[in-house]
Design a protein around this ligand. Sequence first.
Ligand code: FES
Length: 187
Amino acid sequence: MAENAAIDTAGAESGAGVRRRDFINIAAVSAAGVGAVAVVYPLISQMSASADVLAESTTEVDIAAVQPGQAIKAVFRKQPVFIRNLTPAEVAAANAVDVTTLRDPQTLQERTKEGHENMLITMGVCTHLGCVPQGAGAGEVKGEFGGYFCPCHGSSYDTAARIRKGPAPKNLQVPEYAFTGTVVKIG
Ligand code: FES
């Protein structure tokens, strides 16, 4: 009997041990479940952009007053944008370039919208290290290729805002945009 009692006691301890382990496992799984919910919720809540963020993601500019030879600066997603109405001579200068000789080969046509080839819209951010090039403001230096000049390290862009000289690797970026009458919506 004593031996049986010992076995029963051992069995009871063993059963209790299993129950304890089950409880620990269940508790661990539950904690993991809570953790997963806690982690997933902020990700989902971040994916639904607020109205403020959506409003900031586009910029609308009426360009009716921008005459040939003039440019204006706008702001798109907190970065400068240059909107430039090219003169016929500036369009001709851009089209006269042999595109195969360019560091970042692109025609003016590829960088503008059909029917609006004179309206060049680019980010005002140098593709070298992000300075704001000169050339969009009245009286600013346009550089030796007549487009934009970055004073930080001397990159020169032509009248299609293509990189022609200096350390910048790429043309000034053309953002997504569309015309509605005289209004351009960027973004
Ligand atoms: Fe423009 Fe370096 S940031 S040339």
